[in-house]
Write a protein that binds this ligand. Structure first.
Ligand code: NAD
Ligand code: MG
Length: 398
């Protein structure tokens, strides 16, 4: 019988790529539920093609509008749910086998955890959920027996280069270190003096990957690599000093694993998220993803550089947060989300982003994250501190 799939965040970049792969394999997969924040028309168009049992949208007025639209198209067999309650219902539903966690940001934590707690196969794109609540998240995976598969391209690459999945400690697998690659984003060589004036569109113009706007800004500040460092520590049960960040501008190698015998395994491919998505969907089998064959001759050159912590202070802040532990990572993540949103709305400069995060990390008390409620309280406190700092201290750009 076909595998039953919920896509949390189906209207986003990862959501659409997931549907693209699934559409190639209607014999293997069927869509159980699709969810979106606000994009009613896009969600309705997806419902029309994939005919899910449920569609979830964020608020009540959007749900009413979606119901009307689906009725108009004769698609009322799809039931419309709303808000977090709806997300939790379709993430943990007994009839679901696999959940693609592709909501952006902290909003994805609760539904992703619900899928984990229900013991689903969870394809994790929503790195923020793991950054915020890594310890509790991984404990929930152990307790429920959920199958957690990384979709972030670097983590998926590392997973593919590992001998025995995620659960064993690195040293027991003969691994010396992980080499986490990153392109360096659109501002890798931009003169530093120009960075305060860069626009959201410039920040979102990633040289190799096409992605949602939040992760695109994270790539430009390299907070994305910082979040990925934290993500890798939780997924592969290791410390940050076992991970070397390597700048690799071509994004052809997606990460590497070095073994104690000196072997270094790398996963290569075109920068297209359908490869890790197809890998996660079919694992341990392989399926077609629609990604073009890598033209290694045309690629010709692969470059590597050390990361520049001066140019990218967010990288330093993420490293410090993981060393500090506790709720520092939830505070880092929440302050970053507030700062990135303010930058995208042109309320602050690009170079204000790390200052806001640093301020929040200095102001919010860091505690042991013993429960999800504690993590959520840290997240809320960091959002308040960051928003106040923006409103009171940073000039509004006109
Ligand atoms: P996106 O902005 O394109 O899409 C986000 C999705 O989440 C949309 O469907 C949106 O409707 C939904 N959403 C947003 N806010 C929500 C809320 N408050 N409640 C419910 N739903 C909400 O983002 P994306 O680029 O697809 O990224 C999704 C996740 O995957 C992020 O965590 C990102 O870091 C991670 N990721 C993305 C890529 C990529 O290539 N795009 C690569 C690696 C990891
Ligand atoms: Mg990545």
């Amino acid at each position: 019988m076909a595998e039953s799939i919920t896509i949390l965040g189906s209207t986003g970049s990862i959501g659409e790529s997931t549907l693209d792969v699934i559409a190639r394999h209607s014999d293997r997969y069927r869509i159980f539920a699709l969810t979106a924040n606000t994009q009613i028309d896009k969600l309705a168009a997806q419902v029309e093609i994939f005919r899910p049992r449920f569609a979830v949208i964020n608020d009540e007025s959007a749900a009413m509008a979606l119901r009307a639209l689906l009725a108009e198209k004769g698609l009322d067999e799809t039931q419309v749910l709303q808000g977090e309650e709806g997300l939790l219902a379709v993430a943990g539903h007994a009839d679901v086998d696999t959940v693609m966690a592709a909501i952006v940001g902290a909003a994805g934590l609760s539904p992703t955890l619900a899928a984990v707690q229900a013991g689903k196969k969870v394809l994790l794109a929503n790195k923020e959920a793991l950054v915020m609540a890594g310890h509790l998240f991984m404990q929930a995976v152990k307790d429920s027996g959920a199958c957690l598969l990384p979709i972030d391209s670097e983590h998926n690459a590392i997973f593919q280069c590992m001998p025995a999945g995620l659960s064993e400690q690195l040293s027991r697998q003969g691994v010396r270190k992980i080499l986490l690659t990153g392109s360096g984003g659109p501002f890798r060589t931009t003169p530093l003096a120009q960075l305060p004036a860069v626009t959201p569109d410039q920040a979102c113009a990633h040289p190799n990957w096409s992605m949602g706007r939040k992760i695109s800004v994270d790539s430009a500040t390299m907070m994305n690599k910082g979040l990925e460092l934290i993500e890798a520590c939780w997924l592969f049960d290791c410390s940050p000093d076992q991970i070397q960040i390597v700048i690799h501008p071509q994004s052809v190698i997606h990460s590497m694993v070095e073994y104690i015998d000196g072997s270094v395994l790398a996963q290569l491919g075109n920068p297209d998220m359908r490869t890790p998505i197809a890998h996660g969907l079919a694992w341990p089998e392989r399926i077609e993803s629609g990604v073009a064959s890598l033209d290694i001759i045309a690629t010709a050159q692969l470059d590597f550089e050390a990361p520049d912590f001066q140019r990218f202070p967010c990288l330093r802040l993420a490293s410090e947060a993981i060393q500090r532990g506790g709720t520092a990572m939830a505070v880092l993540n929440a302050a970053n989300e507030v700062a990135v949103q303010a930058f995208l709305q042109q309320r602050i400069r690009f170079t204000d982003i790390p200052d806001i995060i640093e301020h929040a990390l200095a102001q919010v008390a860091i505690v042991e994250p013993q429960t999800i409620a504690i993590v959520q309280a840290a997240d809320a406190a960091a959002r308040t501190v960051a928003s106040t700092f923006i409103a009171e201290t940073l000039a509004v750009i006109t």
